[in-house]
Structures are given as structure tokens and as C-alpha cells.
Design a protein around this ligand. Structure first.
Ligand SMILES: [Zn+2]
Length: 676
């Protein structure tokens, strides 16, 4: 439920909500037409044409900062999950998983009990921090906090070894800040200064709620700000971090230690109970040097203050209402422009999905994801893979040598659809009715230790990084696989009663998007086995970079809000995937129409090609607050909906032909980009 979690992958969201048979194709068809703005010219602003009606009729609900077609479905999804959780809470003769999800949820929604308990449950944790006698005790203390997913100072977990992807190694990374990015601490524009001031007030208010006097709370907030600013200064930039070579530094434990002599990593690791290892990836070595410098100069009292803040901050959703309201006031209202806090049940559905996602997801899939839905997705994936095969084979700018390698990589992509082949075993996790905070801390500890236990083992490619009801999809370059949680096979992405054209513009383009990630500026650096290893000839690499630079330049021009532009380099991978995804979806539709013997009819007055583009445009309809638009443009790797729609179609002669657009019109880009 932390703000930072949805930030990374906020779009490509949809979800599954109702049994497939309950969907009405008539309603879908109507909603497509009513979402249009027929007064707009598709060749001037396609997004306005495809989404104008929807935008007008769908204001942002008070408890949201962004509202989209995804949001509509997510809302239905939440309702379904709520039903599952409420049933599990009151059922008798429950399975072990039903006991866990039911008691977790019932405890989470019992706000009265949470308010009555106050912060008593966290007292042992606070005592541990205030009892810290000297800096030599910090590694053991931090290990304890990290073991319960309480953030602070840096990050430590596990992940595939970029250069030997079949193995999992330990990973140390930058961390320890509470604003969405290091830039918030370092920039001096008025908005950044204003946000820092509001953040400091929020930290001070939290200390007041913990019982500190106002003067003291203000001093404490300054201490937190100072430490986080030092960590931010030592952190790598978001754009730089997109380059895998820059976040891969395999070091011995001794060399890691040498970066930060004043903090004993040996004591930290033993406190954490991490498996022994000889080498690890220290993503940004310079960060650990900066951490060391800060630890040398910061006072013990300030360090304790900083850790007290992070303890309250990371567990805020299980604390009394006053803490939650204070948190919402900054992270919801100020940062995102949301008017109202989500009702408790919605936050508890999200928490249950986060902490027990595969237990909840198992029930969800049994009830709402029939085998035929999986078969349909697989069929479409095969069609899109065939289209990408054809696309690569026909690329004018790539040599046969590199094409051959690209096709090997494409053939090696593993398709994961719906839900995991093997469900996660939660038997070691104790969930009890009655104490939300303890449930949350135990669930955190369970997950942290599950991640740590992977160190030194073979990478489990069957595992999922998203839960089945999750409103998202992903490609993993180290596994070379595409992953579509059960949720995504629903309108507006896939409607089994709708025509192919619409489905290719929705789900087809989503599949195409994930496949293309295997070949975007990041994905292209990894080989078929998921290793960071160059398989390109140098001329082809040069041609590829020229083409991706075209995409950077195109999206750099788009304005997200006020004077804030889309960041072309930050969003390059996603924009490349959007462009490739829709192009191969179009190819797959053309092939499918050619294979069908009869001539396709117009529906609602639109040809199949036009409907493919409408399908694409309409998955990006959205309204958002100015604050959210700014936040996303600065930090999110996805472009705003408007440019996901328009940025792609203006590069496509196929689009221009389908709509009869003429040279010089806005949706006909003179310098059209074409990578895949
Ligand atoms: Zn993507």
C-alpha cells in the first residue's frame, strides 16, 4: 500500500472482474461509440477522437488521482476480491489459505480495534531503536528492521545475476528515502522546494502523533530531511539506472565492505539471517561510499530519529486513523492531488493482495478464470509472435546475422499466462484475527526471508512477480518471458464477443508491447538465456540506436502538464514497446483477416483497421489531477495516455491510410520513427 509501490508500473493496468459470460458485447459496442468524440478529427488529435466522450463523462472519483479505463476495471476487480475476502472471513470449515485471507482481511477492516490499540504493538520496535547505544550496534538493528521490510539507509535482497541469469545472487542497492525520487531532494525549482516543505511538515506531524513536543518534532523532521538528502545525493539518477551495465557491479563481500568501512555488513547479514555467499551485485557502489560518509558524521540521536520515522512510515496503514490521515494528507493530497482517502475496505483488499496475493489469487482464478480464457490468450500470443517473427525478418535496417540472433531470442521467450503453475506455500506464515500490525509485520518478514532464501539457488522461472488479480503485465529480461496475470483478459483488452479488430487493438497490442520489451533499449542487451550479453553486430547496434533516438526526440516534445515535458529517455523502453506492439498487432490482424475467407464488415461505421486503432486509443483514455500528471511525468517510465495513443499512431503509415490522413496533419509525423 506504500506509495512507492504502484509508482513503477502504474500503467498497463487492467483487471478481471466478472465471469466472462456476463459480459455483453452490445454494451461494449455502445461504450466504444459513446467514448468517442466524433466532432474531433482523428488525423488532428486521435486521442481526442477516440477518448473525448469518455474523458467528458468520467471525472476523477474523489478517492483517485488518476481515472482511466483501467481504473474502471480495477474498481470492479476490487469488488470481486472484496466478496472473496468477506466470504473467507465468515465461512466455516475453511482451508488453510481461506483462514489466512479471511482473518487478515477481517482484522484489517476492523478500524475500531486498530484505533483502540494505538501504537502499543510497535512499542518493542521503537524501544529497540531508542535503545541503540552506539553506531556499532546499527548493523544488527537495521538487520532486524529490514527483516520486517521496514526501510532504512539502503536496500538488500536477491535477484538474477545479470551475467549468469540462471543463478540468483544477493543484491545491495540504494534506498532509504521517503520521497518518490532522489530529484525531489536535489532540485531547486519552486514546486520541489514547496514539496520538501510539505514533506518536512508531514514528518514533524508524524513525530507529534508519536507523542513528541512540537519543537522537538520540527528538529526531528530536519534530521530526517538531512539524512535523506545525503542519501539522495549519493543515489543514481532514474534514467541512468535504466542502463543494466551501470547497475551491475559484482563484488566480493570484502570489496563491498571496503566501500563502507563504518558499517559492518557481516554483522548485518548475520542479523538478517541471509544465506552465506561470496559475491553479490552492489548496484551503485558510489551510493555505499556516500552512505559511509553520512554514517561517519551523523549523530547517534539523528540516526535513531531517522529510523523511528521509517518505522512509523512503513507501517502506517496498520496504525490508528490519525496516522493514516496524516499520511494521506501528504502522499495522497499534496503529492497526488487526491481529494479523499480510499474507504478502508479498498485499502485492505490491496493489502491482502500484497501480503497474501497467491492465496487470494488462487480463489480468484478458480472462480473467474476459466481454462478457455487461457486458451484464447495463448492463441493470440502465438499470432503476435508470428507477426513479430515476420516483422524482424523483413526489417530493412538489420543484417541477416543479427536477425538470426533476434529470431533465436524470440523463439526462446516463455509465455506465462493467467497464474503460476505452482502456487506459493504460505504455511509458514501465521495470520491471526485480532492484530493487524502483527499480521503485517509477519507477512513482511515472510516475504523478505522468501527472497533471501533464493540467494545461491537456481532462478525459478515459474515464479511470478505479480499476483493473478493484478492489473498489469510484464516482460522480464533475465527470464526472457512475458507474463499476463489472469486479470488482463477482460474488456477493454479482450472481449470474447467483440470482433477481432477491437481485440487486436487492445489485448493484441498489449501482448505485442510485452514481446517488444524483449527488444527495446534494455531488452536488446540481454540474450535468449537472459544474460547481459551483446548479440548484435556493431553496424546493427548503431542503426538501432539511431532509431531509438528518434523515439527519444519524439516523446521529449510532448508536454505532460504545465511546463513539464515527457522524459524521452526515461520512457524510451515503454514507448518502443508501444510502437512495436501496435505495429505487430496490426500485422497480426491483417493476417487474420486475410486468412478468413469473407470480407469483414464495417461495425458502428468503422472498418476493421479503424477499429483496431480505436481499440488501441481507448485503452489509454484517462483523466488525472495536475499533481499526478507531474508526478508520473517525472518518475514513471510510461508516457501519459494521450501520448501512448498519439505518439504511436503518428509514426504509422497504416494508421494514416486507414483514416485518410494527409501529409502535414498532426497525426502524420514528417520524421516518423520506426524501430520494430
Ligand atoms: Zn511495458
Amino acid at each position: 500500500m506504500r506509495f512507492s509501490r504502484p509508482l513503477i508500473a502504474i500503467l498497463f493496468l487492467t483487471c478481471m472482474a466478472m465471469p466472462l459470460a456476463a459480459q455483453e458485447s452490445k454494451a461494449t459496442s455502445n461504450s466504444i461509440v459513446t467514448s468517442l468524440d466524433k466532432s474531433a478529427d482523428p488525423c488532428v488529435d486521435f486521442y481526442q477522437f477516440a477518448c473525448g466522450g469518455w474523458i467528458k463523462n468520467n471525472p476523477i472519483p474523489a478517492d483517485q488521482s488518476i481515472w482511466s479505463r483501467f481504473g474502471e476495471l480495477a474498481e470492479r476487480n476490487r469488488t470481486v476480491l472484496r466478496g472473496i475476502l468477506e466470504n473467507a472471513a465468515k465461512a466455516t470449515n475453511r482451508s488453510a489459505n481461506e483462514q489466512k485471507i479471511g482473518d487478515y482481511y477481517a482484522t484489517c477492516v476492523d478500524e475500531d480495534s486498530i484505533n483502540k490499540k494505538g501504537i502499543a504493538v510497535l512499542k518493542p520496535e521503537f524501544d529497540r531503536i531508542t535503545g541503540l547505544k552506539d553506531k556499532a550496534g546499527l548493523p544488527a538493528l537495521l538487520a532486524h528492521l529490514h527483516g520486517e521490510a521496514i526501510d532504512g539507509l539502503f536496500g538488500f535482497s536477491s535477484g538474477a545475476d545479470f551475467k549468469n541469469a540462471k543463478e540468483v545472487i544477493a543484491q545491495a542497492d540504494q534506498g532509504g528515502i521517503s520521497l518518490p525520487d532522489r530529484d525531489y531532494y536535489l532540485k531547486d525549482d519552486p514546486k520541489s522546494v514547496e514539496l520538501r516543505k510539505a514533506f518536512s511538515e508531514h514528518v514533524a506531524n508524524t513525530f507529534k502523533l508519536l507523542g513528541d513536543a512540537p519543537d522537538k518534532a520540527a528538529t526531528e523532521a530536519k534530521a530526517v530531511m538531512d539524512i535523506e538528502t545525503a542519501l539522495a545525493r549519493g543515489s543514481m539518477d532514474r534514467v541512468e539506472r535504466r542502463e543494466p551495465e551501470k547497475i551491475y557491479h559484482k563484488l566480493s563481500q570484502q570489496n563491498w565492505q571496503a566501500l563502507a568501512p563504518s558499517f559492518s555488513f557481516a554483522k548485518y547479514l548475520s542479523g538478517l539471517g541471509a544465506p552465506t555467499f561470496t559475491a553479490l551485485n552492489v548496484a551503485p557502489p558510489d551510493f555505499f561510499k556516500a552512505l559511509d560518509a553520512e554514517l561517519k558524521t551523523v549523530s547517534l540521536d539523528d540516526l535513531k530519529t531517522y529510523l523511528r520515522w521509517h518505522l512509523a512510515h512503513s507501517q502506517v496503514q496498520a496504525l490508528p486513523k490519525a496516522f493514516v490521515d496524516e499520511d494521506f494528507n501528504f502522499y495522497g493530497k499534496t503529492l497526488q492531488g487526491t481529494k479523499e482517502l480510499q474507504p478502508r475496505w479498498k485499502r485492505c483488499v490491496a493489502a491482502a493482495d500484497g501480503d497474501l496475493g497467491e492465496a487470494l489469487g488462487q480463489v480468484f482464478v478458480e472462480k473467474y478464470y476459466p481454462p478457455e480464457a487461457k486458451a484464447r490468450t495463448l492463441k493470440m500470443v502465438n499470432q503476435l509472435e508470428a507477426a513479430l517473427h515476420q516483422d524482424i525478418s523483413e526489417l530493412p535496417w538489420m543484417s541477416d546475422t543479427t536477425k538470426k540472433q533476434a529470431l533465436v531470442k524470440l523463439a526462446a521467450i516463455q509465455n506465462k499466462i493467467g497464474y503460476p503453475a505452482k502456487w506459493r506455500d504460505y504455511s509458514a506464515l501465521k495470520i491471526e484475527r485480532g492484530d493487524a500490525l502483527s499480521n503485517s509485520l509477519r507477512a513482511n518478514a515472510f516475504e523478505i526471508h522468501r527472497q533471501l532464501a533464493k540467494i545461491g539457488k537456481l532462478l525459478d522461472k515459474q515464479e511470478w512477480q505479480m499476483t493473478p488479480p493484478t492489473v498489469n503485465a510484464y516482460y522480464d529480461p533475465t527470464e526472457n518471458d512475458i507474463n499476463f496475470p489472469a486479470g488482463i483478459l477482460q474488456p477493454p483488452f479482450y472481449d470474447f464477443k467483440a470482433d477481432d479488430a477491437l481485440n487486436f487493438g487492445g489485448m493484441g497490442a498489449v501482448i505485442g508491447h510485452e514481446l517488444t520489451h524483449g527488444f527495446d533499449d534494455q531488452g536488446a542487451l540481454f540474450d535468449p538465456e537472459g544474460n547481459l550479453k551483446n548479440w548484435w553486430t556493431s553496424e546493427d547496434e548503431k542503426a538501432f540506436k539511431e532509431r531509438t533516438q528518434c523515439i527519444v526526440d519524439e516523446y521529449d516534445q510532448f508536454v505532460a502538464v504545465d511546463d513539464v515535458h515527457v522524459r524521452g529517455k526515461l520512457t524510451l523502453g515503454e514507448n518502443t514497446a508501444d510502437n512495436g506492439g501496435l505495429r505487430i498487432a496490426h500485422m497480426a490482424l491483417m493476417k487474420s483477416l486475410a486468412d478468413a475467407a469473407r470480407q469483414p464488415e464495417k461495425i458502428d461505421g468503422f472498418t476493421p483497421e479503424q477499429r483496431l486503432f480505436i481499440g488501441w486509443g481507448q485503452i489509454w483514455c484517462q483523466n488525472e489531477t495536475d499533481q499526478m500528471a507531474r508526478l508520473l511525468a517525472l518518475n514513471n517510465e510510461h508516457s501519459p495516455g494521450k501520448y501512448r495513443a498519439n505518439g504511436v499512431v503518428q509514426n504509422m503509415p497504416e494508421f494514416q491510410k486507414a483514416w485518410g490522413c494527409k501529409a502535414g496533419q498532426p497525426m502524420v509525423r514528417a520524421n516518423a520513427c520506426h524501430v520494430w
